[in-house]
Design a protein around this ligand. Structure first.
Ligand SMILES: C[S@@+](CC[C@H](N)C(=O)[O-])C[C@H]1O[C@@H](n2cnc3c(N)ncnc32)[C@H](O)[C@@H]1O
Length: 318
């Protein structure tokens, strides 16, 4: 049973636990052209592409766990009939696509990026949520190999025009075509049921390189303080590019150990971070609690620093 589950989950890459950026060569055990699908939904196109092109490797990025499970079921079914080596050219990342391209892919490593029916966020107030802003396009460009391509399919004309407006200074040239349904994904079928028989296909061709550096892990420090007074500990929330919001503190007086829960929000990432403060022979130590599945970011480093400052203040105010 456990073995069967492990096999089903095999395509998922535990990106929090392995070295970043990821060596896709190591993950796939070979050197092959690398394609990425963003927001693969139920995985129809990802799976079909991987079956039809066994000489290429495919990474699918999706945030929605329910959809990922359905894609994993489909992959497992195919492996069940075609053998366990089938579809060994697919890996899945369950993260925000922006974070994935910022941290998990080396510059100039990808040949093609696909995105079928990205959320168009049609309301004016929600436009800022759209992927494919100029910043995101520069990021994609930097991770693409020379002459790499991005293909975007959409049913929504205002979104096409918005993307076209983002293109200047991203290093891409854009081509727009009207195409008949041909991808057979859940959302293509949905729009066809509603009567749409033509879609816009955008091809973004890399002409110039846009350099966007990798976001690297930030080493998380441990702090020492002479004394710690939980009853006087006050952690002030910080908001801005990095927000650190204090949620809770649990103090075990017998063990002389505090667990502090903060939520850390950065541009593409929100993480729940538990920080532990415990008594040592001389003084108290402040560090991240063990066993958390987190990315060591600037935000987590800032949270530790704020807890340290608040711990120092808890002594000063005595
Ligand atoms: C409208 S659906 C399209 C799904 C699929 N491509 C299809 O054609 O049926 C958009 C998908 O993109 C995913 N998504 C949206 N924003 C994302 C992001 N920033 N990172 C990863 N996936 C994202 C959503 O979870 C959703 O499954």
């Amino acid at each position: 049973m456990i073995r069967a589950l492990a096999l089903v989950l095999e395509p998922i890459i535990p990106c929090h636990q392995i070295q970043r950026p990821i060596s896709w060569q190591e993950q796939f055990g070979r050197q092959a052209p690398l394609d990425v699908e963003v927001g693969f939904g139920l995985g129809e196109f990802l799976i079909r592409s991987a079956r039809e092109n066994p000489q290429r490797d495919y990474v699918g990025i999706e945030q929605n766990w329910e959809r990922i499970c359905k894609a994993l079921e489909s992959i497992a079914k195919i492996k069940g009939t075609a053998g366990p080596r089938a579809l060994s050219n697919i890996r899945i990342l369950k993260v925000d696509a922006r974070l994935a391209f910022e941290r998990l892919f080396h510059p100039e490593s990808i040949e093609k990026v696909y995105c079928l029916f990205p959320c168009p966020w049609p309301k004016k107030a929600h436009v800022r949520h759209r992927l494919f802003s100029a910043d995101f396009l520069r990021l994609l460009n930097s991770r693409l190999k020379p002459r790499g391509e991005v293909k975007i399919l959409t049913d929504f004309l205002a979104f096409v025009q918005w993307i076209e407006g983002q293109i200047p200074d991203t290093g891409f040239q854009i081509r727009r075509e009207t195409v008949k349904p041909r991808y057979d994904t859940k959302f293509e079928r949905k729009w066809r049921r509603e009567g749409q028989e033509e879609f816009s296909e955008l091809t973004l061709m890399k002409e110039r390189h846009s350099a966007v550096p990798l976001k690297e892990d930030v080493p998380l420090k441990a702090y020492e303080v002479k004394d710690f007074h939980p009853s006087r500990f006050r952690l002030k929330n910080q908001t801005g590019d990095i927000s650190v919001i204090f949620k809770d503190m649990i103090f075990d007086s017998a063990q002389k150990r505090a667990m502090i829960h903060v939520v850390v929000a950065e541009q593409t990432l929100t993480q729940h971070f538990w920080i532990v403060v415990f008594e040592k022979e001389r003084g108290w130590r402040i560090c991240g609690a063990d066993g958390q599945n987190l990315l060591p970011t600037e935000g987590l480093a800032r949270a530790l620093e704020l807890v340290y400052e608040a711990a120092v203040n808890s002594m000063v105010n005595s």
